[in-house]
Each structure stands twice: as C-alpha cells, then as structure tokens.
Design a protein around this ligand. Structure first.
Ligand code: ADP
Ligand code: ZN
Length: 637
C-alpha cells in the first residue's frame, strides 16, 4: 500500500484553455487501409517492433479496437499492456488508463515516448506547470494515452475534462483492486462503475493477473462488465524454474544460489520481517553482492530511492518484505527467492511471477524448514481473525505446505491449485531431480510414539534427542532415557529426523502447541499411523549441497550465445547503461535483454537488417539504429 498516494486535483484546472496553439508532435503512424486485424499487426510491427502477437493479444486488441468491452486475465509478464495500448493508438481520441501505481507512471510514459507514442500522466507528483501542460494536451486531443490514478479520475473536474474531449477507451489496470476480499482492495475502484454510466459509448477493458473465479466474478459485477467478453489465459509461466530446498542455513544457501547461478543479475529476495530484510541485505553486501533493503518501516524517500535504483540499474538484488511488489514492471528480474514460507499459494505465485517477465529463463527459489511451518501456524492462531476465517487461512497454508513437500511436479501442483490441469513440466526441481521417497511407516510410528510417551509436552529438539538416544541434561532430568523409545531412532541423523517431523506436521499427524512452548502433540489422524495401520511415504532428506549439484549436469541457462556473441552482448549492455543514464530512464526502456541478445547473434550490417529484429520499432531504429551499428562496427575493427 505504501506506493499509493492520495491524489486530489488542484483547483485551478478549470482555467486551462483548450485551444492554445501548440507544437505537439503528430501521431507516429499512418495506418494502412484494411481491416482492424491488419492495422493492429501493423502497429505491433512498426511501433513496438514485435513480429507477432502472443497468445490471445490479437483477439483482445480486435475486440476493444472495434469498440467492445473486455475482461482480461493474464499472468504477470503475459503482455497485458499491448492489449489496451494498441487499441488506444488505433481508435480516435485518448486512451485513459486507470492504475493505482503512481510510482510507475513516469516509467510507463517514458517507455511509450521512446516508442514515439504520445503519452502522459496526471498525478500528485507533478508540478502545477506539468499538470497544466498535460490538461492542455488532453483538451486539444494531442494524446494517445493518459495514465490516471483512480481517486483523481473520480473527481468532478477530471470527469468534466474527459467529457470535453474524445476518449478512445478506458483501461482499468490491476482490476482485482475492486475486490473487497482481496489483498489489494482500493475503495476508489468501486466507484469506477461510474465510467460506464457517464461514458456509455466508450469501450472498457479491465485487466488483472489474479486468477481465481471469485475475483473475476466480482470484477465483472462491480465494474458492470457482465456483458464484456472474457479472455482467460493459461497461468503457466514456462520460463520460470521452480525450486524449493530444505533450509539448514538459509542465508548461506541463498548466497550459494546467487553466486553460482545468478551472479551479477537482478533479483528479489523476500523475507517475512523487516529485521531479516536488513540483515539479509547486509549479509549479501558483505559477500560482494549489490543488495538493497526495502520494507514499510523505512523512510519513504529512502524506500523510493531504492526502488528507483532497482528499476534503473542493472543487476541489483532487492531484499524486501511483501510491501515491495505490485506492479514491479522490470522485465529482466532473473530470480525471486523466498527465505521464509509465504502464507499461501496465491501470494507465492504472485511474488514468483515477478521473475522473467521478458520470457527469458528465470528462477523461483525457496528455502523452507520446520521453523517456517511453526511460525506460520502460530501467526494464524494468534491473529484476531474469527474461527471461520482462521480455518480458511489454515487450509491455504496447508496447500502451500503440500507444494513444498510434494514429490511430484511443482508446476502441476501450482496450476492444479488454479484449476488448470497439466503434465509434468521438466523445468522444476522435482522433475529435474526426482526426490527419493522411502517407506517411513516405521519411522513415523517411532516419532509419534516418542511424542506420546513424553506426555505431548516437549518440543522437536527434545523428542529428537530421545529418539537418537542422547542423554542430555534435560533428557536425564525427566528420566526419558528410561522410555522404551529412547534410542530407537539412532540410525537417522538429527537433520533426517527434523525432515521427518516437518513432513509429519505437513501431513497433519502432529501439531505444534504454541501455548505450551511449541510442544509436539498428536492429532486424531495420528492414531492409525501410530498403530502402523497406514503406510506413509516421505521424501528422503538430502543435504542442501547435494541437491544443488544438479546444476553441474544441467546448466540453468542454456546460453545460446557463443563467446564472441557474448562479448558483443556485453558491449551492447554497456552502451545501453550509458544511453539510459543520459535519457534518465530504466535500461530496459531503451531495449530489453532479449532484443540485445538477438542483435548480438544476428550482427546486422544495415539499418534495414536491424529493423527486422524483435523489439526494434521505427522510432527506436531512428533514435538508436546508427549508434548500434557503430558499436557493432567498432568491435569488428
Ligand atoms: P504484463 O503487464 O501482463 O505483466 P507486459 O505488458 O509488461 O506484461 O509485457 C511483458 C513483456 O513482454 C514486455 O517487455 C513486453 O514488451 C513484452 N511483450 C508483450 N507482448 C509481446 C509480443 N507480442 N511480442 C514480444 N514481446 C512482447
Ligand atoms: Zn515440473
């Protein structure tokens, strides 16, 4: 919520004339005659420089450009922006984009300007001068796209301003903010149904990455989009590799992961507490990794500065609480790591979805252990929520644990949770290195029996000492060395027992009593297991280092660049850093990695050849084409 600001319009708006003479740039394109489909493709090719639409983009663009309404569900990185940007360019008038993410508007507008699209925004970060300029352009019909925060849009003045001009469409971004039960609820979004009443002729498109059917229905109802055509994309993100490791020293494991697989690349590390965010950033910095902290307890200015650096510079790691996130548009985030277990799969999927928006290989990595389970369970029990709500929270946490403990494909598990059946993916840790299962019926029996014989009053550490026959002071004090179960589990290490305890909790055989010093207790479900009536298979514990070794066999990124091409790519990146700095925009606004890689491979010798590369549109060819050719030529000499 931190990035949102209240956004009231200044009172002198009304005075801005609509007919001031101005040297506004003309629209970039002259559309070819032909049907909408051909025109849309033409804009995609020439303005955005992309050869083809992805997924359902073409259908959506067609629907809205022809004046229809649409409700679009697409995962993060699916390419939602083009779905309203292209119709806005094709239709007469200005496309009004409603977005709660004020902090990102400047970058969005800059990115469009680089493409030669006439865009602007209205929000409270602007000076009076800037606002006057934008309002004037709206009145004179000199914009293709206008970004506005919902609270600003809903003011009588802003609505009057829009009535005074021609509107191409309304795009309602992050439309799930209308859902009262969702985590990003924004009361102003409810009022957006007014748009339909005041501008009945103007097509509307609502977009979100939130998957569930309930939210979708709520969006349709509250925004009066029941008649809109719905476009629901697959939620799969095939370029993201999922990996969940058992935690033994989370920070150290994280460091190994970054150093061995993502050195010098941009990533996000999520932690539960502010303190841990600070500590982790410090730890990474000490080990030579450029890391910045981000959490809601920091001064606003510092937080904003860190966000801006993360977006603008190459290869920074942001360690953050979940306060950092919605609308992080940076396309080249190469990994998202979780050092703590998320509360539910919805949160996990949204956070990991910030990796690899550019479609290139990316990594979702998590370290998770017994402490995480205990902590999350306790947070639910101690929360103020009523019993019904707590039950929902527990169910969601259990689904999350199921994902962590599954011996099957993680992606199948995730997609199944969102109601989408699929096949084993070949790009997650369990597919790449299937975990070994073992028949743990006897081990679980021993564990449950030890818990029972110790009177269900002791925590994990103590129970494991009893199982392993360790005569610690506490064990002797309670005479637990006299128990029948004392030493019955010597064949397993402490780590192995911890893994068995954790999986037994995840299976619901044991619970942790937070009101009694985290004592382990048996549940109803434990009875058949205790009696040996239920066969139980568990994942075999593997030391973290061992699991990591999979990378030796299979490189994470199949680098498709030869060493010569790699050198060219690096040079192009340098050129991009400097150019981005000169223009004061994020590097990816100039060109994304995928485009630079393609240039490095193709090594075009003329502007014409360069123009064929995906991501090089007309305007960028004019602005940067010669510079790129110069960089390439300098390397040849
Ligand atoms: P979303 O808003 O759904 O998360 P974006 O609109 O930011 O996704 O798009 C993600 C990335 O994919 C951007 O870098 C965008 O330029 C790129 N992209 C979108 N559509 C296409 C396409 N048809 N061809 C190539 N790249 C595309
Ligand atoms: Zn898989």
């Amino acid at each position: 919520m931190d990035d949102f600001m209240q956004d009231a319009p200044p009172s002198w708006w009304d005075d801005i004339p609509g007919d001031a003479p101005a040297a506004a740039p003309p629209p970039v394109r002259a559309l070819p005659p032909g049907d909408l489909r051909a025109q849309a493709l033409h804009v995609l090719n020439t303005v955005f420089g992309y050869p083809a639409f992805r997924g359902e983009q073409a259908e959506i663009v067609q629907q809205v450009a022809a004046g229809g309404d649409a409700l679009v569900l697409m995962p993060t990185g699916g390419g939602k922006s083009l779905c309203y940007q292209i119709p806005a360019i094709l239709r007469q008038g200005v496309g009004v984009v409603v977005s709660p993410l004020i902090a990102l508007m400047q970058d969005q507008v800059d990115a469009l300007a680089e493409l030669g699209v006439r865009a602007a925004f209205l929000n409270s970060t602007q000076t009076m001068e800037q606002t006057r300029d934008v309002v004037g352009k709206v009145r004179r019909g000199q914009l293709d796209l206008l970004y506005v925060a919902p609270e600003r849009l809903m003011t009588p003045r802003c609505l009057e301003l829009l009535e005074s001009t021609r509107i191409a469409l309304f795009a309602i971004d992050e439309a799930h903010c209308v859902s009262q039960w969702g985590h990003d609820f924004r009361p102003e979004y409810i009022q957006l149904s007014v748009l339909h009443e005041r501008f009945p002729q103007v097509p509307r498109i609502a977009l979100t990455a939130t998957a569930d059917a309930q939210t979708r229905a709520e969006i349709a109802l509250r925004l009066q989009l029941q008649e809109a055509r719905q476009f629901v994309s697959s939620f799969d993100r095939p370029n993201i590799r999922y990996q969940i490791v058992e935690k033994d020293n989370g920070k150290k494991q994280l460091l190994d992961f970054i150093q061995s697989e993502h050195s010098g690349e941009a990533g996000i590390v999520y932690c539960l507490s502010r303190k841990k965010v600070e500590e982790t950033a410090e730890f990474l910095k000490q080990h030579g990794i450029a890391a910045l902290p981000y959490h809601a307890g920091m001064p606003h200015a510092q937080r904003a500065a860190h966000q801006a650096r993360f977006l603008r510079e190459d290869g920074l790691v942001m360690t953050a609480t979940i306060a950092f996130g919605m609308g992080i548009d940076k396309p080249d985030v190469r990994f998202v790591a979780h050092l703590d277990l998320p509360k539910n799969i919805e949160g996990y999927y949204q956070e990991t979805g910030r990796a690899g928006r550019d479609g290139m290989p990316a990594h979702a990595w998590m370290a998770y252990g017994l402490q995480d389970v205990v902590l999350q369970r306790r947070m639910i029990e101690e929360s103020e929520a009523d019993e019904n709500f707590k039950r929902v929270l527990r169910m969601k946490l259990d689904a999350m644990l199921g994902l962590c403990e599954t011996a099957n494909c993680r992606r199948m598990r995730l997609l199944e949770y969102f109601g989408q059946p699929s096949q084993p993916c070949g790009n997650c840790d369990t597919c790449l290195l299937p975990p070994q299962l073992f028949d743990a019926t006897v081990q679980v029996q021993k564990l449950l029996s030890a818990v029972y014989r110790c009177g269900q009053r002791f925590g994990t550490g103590h129970i494991i000492e009893v199982l392993r026959g360790i005569s610690s002071e506490k064990v002797l004090q309670w005479q637990h060395d006299q128990l029948k179960t004392f030493g019955c589990g010597r064949e397993h290490s402490e780590d192995e027992w911890r893994s068995i305890v954790r999986q037994s909790i995840a299976l619901g055989l044991l619970t942790v009593d937070h009101e009694a010093y985290n004592a382990l207790k048996l549940t109803e479900a434990a009875r058949p297991a205790l009696m040996g009536e239920r066969k139980i298979d568990l994942r075999r514990y593997q030391k973290a280092a061992k699991r990591g070794s999979q990378r030796q066999n299979k490189p994470f990124v199949e680098t498709d660049l030869s060493s010569g091409e790699q050198a060219i790519f690096e040079k192009l990146r340098w050129w991009r850093v400097e150019t981005a700095r000169e223009h004061n925009v994020p590097a990816y606004v100039i060109f994304v990695d995928a485009t630079l890689r393609e240039i490095a491979k193709a090594q075009p010798a003329s502007l014409e050849e360069l123009g064929h590369i995906s991501g090089v549109g007309q305007r960028k060819l004019e602005s940067y084409g010669q510079q790129i050719l110069d960089v390439l030529r300098a390397l040849k000499d």
